[in-house]
Design a protein around this ligand. Structure first.
Ligand code: CTP
Length: 408
């Protein structure tokens, strides 16, 4: 159990802080909510007190013998400010201590995550951008805002990411520190495939696989948090889009291939996290296959699907990094890493992320572990953790890799 301070500043998105709080307490953490006085215009202190089980104060004149304005920050393992308004970012950048939240920010030595939410004009204003740069330079995480509907009819960058995205990313900063969400993918375009393809047998049946898409979702979320423009080619994934990602839905391996080849053209990094069916039924019936009918199959002939990863490697743009995934089990021909090294060579990608699925790990579960193999022969272990924590470990390794030199 860690001690998390949830700062809430005065924007209409303050109501979403209640859901972030809930996600932290459900993950087993002790949460102290520190709203600004403005935040309490939007959400009552009683809501935060009831959900956290801790007292809520906004000024430095309450609990004076406890020296709360110093103790809360000193004893925190993580401070998350969601939403962080333009005014809160300005006061934090200035080092003001005119309420309990800003005093807490000055006394915290743990990772600090700001989650901005404001109107687009305020976010893009040079004053705000300078404040964000100052806070990042001092080691804080400032997540890029989501793009979408704002208060009133406006739409654009400035929306608070969804509470599940905020909680997942904040817990990465708690476990791995602020560097895990460093904005080093800013200006980079990342294309990720996720989920599992479905190959139709007839209009109602398909050959599929057990991939849930959760690891690809986490990779997209962490890449967006690190500043990337993210395209997520999603094969049959029934989850809301992670913040920062444009989702391109696909069904079959052929559809995934077409989407990936189109999106990868302009990409700096291409990640094939999807489980692509190696085979598809040779014929997909146009009407439902009925028991006892003349069309009832006694066997289903299969044909090979194209290997999308190999095609992406063959067509990659100069300087583009291509990342493959492999779920492996050891057998009499070799252990997991031996199979993975052979696959890295066979596929020709720059990086191969390897999951050991010997004991049914990975599929559909919220946690994972991986080894990242690179073309330079290095193998980096990403320890067991949430899929977001593993995604952060994978990105940390990927960003340190350079692509293989392009073939002449
Ligand atoms: N892949 C792909 N197209 C396929 C099959 C796989 O792009 N038709 C990609 C996957 O997205 C993954 C990588 O290739 O990034 C490795 O997938 P895997 O199924 O392990 O590879 P296979 O070549 O099918 O190896 P195996 O013979 O072990 O199944």
């Amino acid at each position: 159990m860690s001690r998390i301070v949830l700062g809430v500043s005065g924007g209409v998105a303050a109501y979403k802080a209640a859901f972030v709080l809930r996600a932290f307490t459900e993950a087993g953490h002790d949460v102290r909510v520190v709203p600004t006085p403005g935040a309490l215009h939007f959400v009552g202190a009683a809501t935060f007190e009831a959900l956290s089980g801790n007292p809520v104060t906004t000024d430095v004149w309450s609990d004076v013998p406890e020296v709360a304005h110093v103790r809360i920050g000193q004893s925190a393992d993580l401070v998350v400010v969601a939403p962080a308004t333009a005014d809160l970012l300005a006061r934090a950048a200035m080092g003001r201590a005119d309420d309990l939240l800003t005093a807490t920010l000055l006394t915290a030595s743990c990772p600090v995550v700001f989650v901005p939410a404001m109107h687009t004009e305020m976010w893009l204003h040079p004053a705000t951008q300078d404040n964000v740069a100052t806070l990042r330079r001092r080691g804080a995480v400032v997540l890029p805002p989501a793009v979408g509907r704002l208060t009133g009819p406006d739409s654009g960058p400035g929306r608070l990411p969804e509470p599940a995205d905020i909680a997942a990313l904040a817990l990465v900063a708690l476990q791995q520190g602020a560097d895990a969400l460093a904005p080093d993918l800013t200006g980079r375009r990342v294309v990720i495939s996720a989920g599992g393809t479905r190959e139709p047998l007839d209009p109602v049946r398909y050959l599929g696989n057990r991939s849930s898409g959760k690891q690809g979702w986490a990779l997209a979320r962490v890449a967006a948090a690190r500043g990337a423009e993210v395209v997520l080619v999603a094969a049959n994934v029934d989850m809301p889009a992670p913040f920062g990602a444009r989702v391109v839905p696909v069904g079959t391996a052929e559809e995934l291939r077409a989407a990936m080849l189109a999106e990868a053209k302009e990409a700096d990094v291409v990640v094939m996290a999807a489980a692509v069916a190696d085979f598809r039924p040779e014929h997909a019936a146009s009407t439902k296959l009925k028991k006892g009918s003349a069309a009832e199959p006694s066997a289903v002939p299969l044909v090979r699907n194209p290997d999308v990863l190999v095609e992406l490697v063959a067509r990659r743009a100069p300087g583009q990094l291509v990342v493959g995934f492999a779920a492996e089990t050891g057998d009499e021909d070799g252990d997991v890493l031996a199979h993975a090294r052979a696959k890295l060579t066979r596929k020709g990608c720059d990086v191969l992320v390897v999951n050991d699925v010997s004991a049914g790990q990975a599929f559909g579960r919220p946690d994972n572990a991986a080894v990242v193999l690179a073309a330079d022969g290095s193998a980096t272990e990403v320890p067991h953790g949430s899929k977001d924590a593993v995604a952060a470990g994978i990105w940390a390794t990927i960003t340190s890799q350079s692509p293989r030199p392009s073939q002449p």
